[in-house]
Design a protein around this ligand. Structure first.
Ligand SMILES: Nc1ncnc2c1ncn2[C@@H]1O[C@H](COP(=O)(O)OP(=O)(O)OP(=O)(O)O)[C@@H](O)[C@H]1O
Ligand SMILES: [Mg+2]
Length: 262
């Protein structure tokens, strides 16, 4: 295996069994490789298994078949090498921004002074150097999500997993966060898997966009995006890619419009 392979999913399967519904084959034959520095966006309609796949890579869930490896080692459970950023931030509201960023470091046994130093470094990276001592419940949604990103990055993860992290933000906040995330990705050379069901978000952020459809065997398709950054969602090239991606996904689902946010 090449050195720059960060995540490798091979023949991954995940099914859920229930008495009333029988077997639900959510992931079948998923093969995906994330290389160092990749920004992969997973896109697909609600229920196609995006979170399920991310949770398996994070080690929160186990596949019913196939393998998932991070840097060549099988994933056996969660750990700081696979940091997750959730849609609902998952912060502790009674702690301040710095204390929230320090949580993972504390679990790793990093000492008080070093912890503080690392937390402040990553708060500055996400533009919150001035808000380290503000309780997070007093911060806006966008600021809370920045704390959550700083907390994940402070662990210096091998892979950063993001499950619809900007889904709860308004369109303006989201546009700001998109630009900032691209900047953070460039600065830190992070390897990212980002989940969304917004075509625009996928095409703005990713250098690879991977499409999934509910009930499909395998991934539906992949587009490499080499448009210069910052990307202009109004440009002809961007719009043409949006069309291509939309057609790629909707060709495999019965209703062409219902499941997309935009
Ligand atoms: N723990 C579970 N037990 C049973 N079924 C589950 C479980 N987790 C997920 N599923 C099922 O797996 C399918 C995929 O769910 P998942 O949350 O991965 O979809 P998603 O693509 O992330 O959707 P969304 O865009 O709405 O977040 C759904 O049918 C869901 O009901
Ligand atoms: Mg989901």
């Amino acid at each position: 295996m090449q050195n720059n392979v960060i995540v490798s999913c091979e023949h991954l399967m995940r099914s859920f069994t229930s008495k009333d519904m029988g077997i639900n084959h959510v992931l079948r034959e998923i093969n995906l490789q994330l290389n160092q520095g990749d920004f992969v966006v997973l896109i697909g309609p609600s229920g196609c298994g995006k979170s399920t796949l991310l949770n398996i890579i994070a080690g929160f869930d186990k596949p019913t078949g196939g393998t998932v490896m991070v840097r060549g080692a099988p994933v056996r459970g969660p750990g700081p090498d696979k940091a997750m950023v959730f849609q609902d931030y998952a912060l502790l509201p009674w702690l301040n921004a710095r204390e929230n960023v320090e949580i993972g470091l504390r679990l790793q046994g990093v000492g008080t002074r070093e912890r503080r130093c690392i937390a402040d470094e990553f708060l500055r990276l996400v533009g919150l150097g001035h808000a380290a001592e503000r309780p997070v419940y007093k911060l806006s949604g966008g600021m809370q999500q920045r704390v959550s990103i700083a907390r994940a990055l402070a662990l210096k993860p091998t892979v950063l997993l993001m499950d619809e992290p900007f889904g709860a933000l308004d369109a303006f906040q989201r546009a700001i966060m998109h630009k900032e995330l691209v900047q953070i990705w460039k600065t830190t050379n992070a390897s990212i898997i980002f989940v969304t069901h917004s075509l625009e978000e996928a095409l703005f952020l990713g250098n690879r966009v991977v499409a999934m459809t509910p009930g499909a065997v395998g991934l539906t398709g992949e587009i490499s995006i080499d448009l210069p950054r910052p990307r202009d969602p109004m440009s002809l090239e961007f719009t043409a890619l949006k069309r291509k991606l939309f057609d790629m996904i909707t060709a495999h689902i019965p209703d062409r419009t219902e499941t997309f946010v935009e």
